[in-house]
Design a protein around this ligand. Structure first.
Ligand SMILES: Cc1cc2nc3c(=O)[nH]c(=O)nc-3n(C[C@H](O)[C@H](O)[C@H](O)COP(=O)(O)OP(=O)(O)OC[C@H]3O[C@@H](n4cnc5c(N)ncnc54)[C@H](O)[C@@H]3O)c2cc1C
Length: 350
């Protein structure tokens, strides 16, 4: 008996939406992504790809492309915020591969997004840009799009991210490595590819190289002072420098190089009762159902895992009537694990 081909509508073309599209399209199904933005892209900062994610990217045949534009940290270095003294050092380079069989990588988000989008296109995924979803009919199912005709599919997957409030924000910064090496004290950070993690009171800093060592990614997490309902805005560089003024002199020099930065409210969701609708025709995926604080670098990795699980289940589909069961099993397989990651990340709140 030939397998049925389903049409899956995915709302959102972020890293989660694209990864899910790849997983589902690889299982032989038709996928349309509906995205409100008018152009595809990610913010110009870095992201860590842990081995649980690189394992799936390898299975998708994308790891070589990803590695070609990534940096590999040699060490994970935990530092005192005051003077930068090394508190612990974990060797990452053989550790990740020896322990998990796959690498730990640092990549520019735009590169990651582009590689996933290219692969989605190659697999025949259609992406409808400039389409803002305003409502969903869960029974049909149909997606209502602002100013356009309703879109119908066999199932709809909501991967539209989440906005909820917590007590931290992050400054997200990228500086050129060539601007760092002219200063003596941050030079060592460029010469030794590592995740440098400064722990302080109510705040921490995480830094790593991108683009084969050409860029340095800096994330500074500290208490949230963004206005209500504002999730991201351009930041006052002096305010940022003042907050970290008493930290490791290397970090201070690094921040003196920064030309511009933005503040992002860090998001963390409470565990939802259900991810799927009783109609069996709608489910959530990625940040939309398990937004996590970035302190374990696992948010996008969890979305990539979600997509791989959903794709694998859809590969087994023998009849469209089983779609409801697929969504129930997907939720059962993913909810506990993602809740554990969200809670573990929260327990690391600075
Ligand atoms: C500072 C920081 C550092 C991080 N570092 C890491 C890391 O190192 N490793 C890691 O794995 N994760 C990390 N994360 C988490 C990661 O960025 C997110 O988990 C991931 O990007 C979520 O992807 P998503 O596709 O679920 O959601 P999003 O990226 O939010 O994508 C949602 C998409 O849906 C679209 N959309 C929204 N509403 C609508 C609508 N109504 N109609 C149509 N389209 C819509 C949006 O335009 C967007 O394109 C970090 C997060 C932060 C804030």
């Amino acid at each position: 008996m030939s397998k049925p081909q389903c049409h899956v509508a995915i709302i959102g073309a972020g890293l989660g939406g694209l990864a899910a599209a790849i997983g589902i399209a690889r299982a032989g199904h038709k996928v349309t992504i509906i995205e409100q933005a008018t152009a595809l892209g990610e913010v110009g900062v870095g992201i860590q790809i842990p081995p649980n994610s690189s394992r799936i990217l390898r299975r998708y045949g994308l790891l070589n492309k990803i590695e070609a534009v990534s940096a590999r940290p040699k060490d994970f270095i935990l530092r005192s915020y005051k003077d930068g003294a090394m508190l612990s050092r974990q060797n990452m380079l053989p550790y990740a591969v020896n322990t998990y069989g796959n690498p730990y990588l640092h990549i520019h988000r735009a590169d990651y997004h582009k590689i996933l989008a290219q692969e989605a296109h190659r697999l025949g995924v259609s992406i409808q840009l400039g389409s803002t979803v305003t409502a969903i009919n869960f029974e049909t199912p149909a997606v209502h799009i602002k100013g356009k005709l309703d879109f119908r599919a066999d199932i709809v997957v909501g991967v539209d991210g989440l906005k909820s409030l917590t007590g931290d924000l992050a400054y997200r910064i990228v500086v050129k490595a060539e601007d760092m090496v002219t200063h003596e004290n941050p030079r060592e950070l460029v010469n030794n590819p590592a995740i440098n993690y400064w722990m302080g009171l109510n705040a921490h800093a995480v830094c790593y190289l991108l683009k084969g060592g050409g860029l340095y990614n800096i994330v500074l997490a500290c208490p949230d002072n963004l206005p209500e309902l504002v999730n991201t805005q351009a930041a006052d560089i002096q305010e940022m420098r003042d907050f970290f003024a008493k930290w490791d002199p290397r970090l201070k020099t690094l921040l003196s190089i920064v030309q511009e930065t933005s503040k992002w409210r860090l998001q963390n969701s409470e565990e939802m009762k259900k991810w799927s609708h009783p109609s069996g025709k709608f489910a959530l995926l990625g940040d939309a159902c398990h937004a996590t604080l970035p302190y374990l670098a696992q948010g996008a990795a969890m979305a990539v895992e979600d997509g791989a699980v959903l794709g694998t289940l859809m590969e087994k589909l023998g009849d469209k009537a089983q779609l409801k069961d697929v969504l129930v099993i997907y939720e059962k397989l993913r909810k506990e694990r993602t809740t554990h990651v969200v809670k573990s990340s929260r327990s690391r709140t600075s």
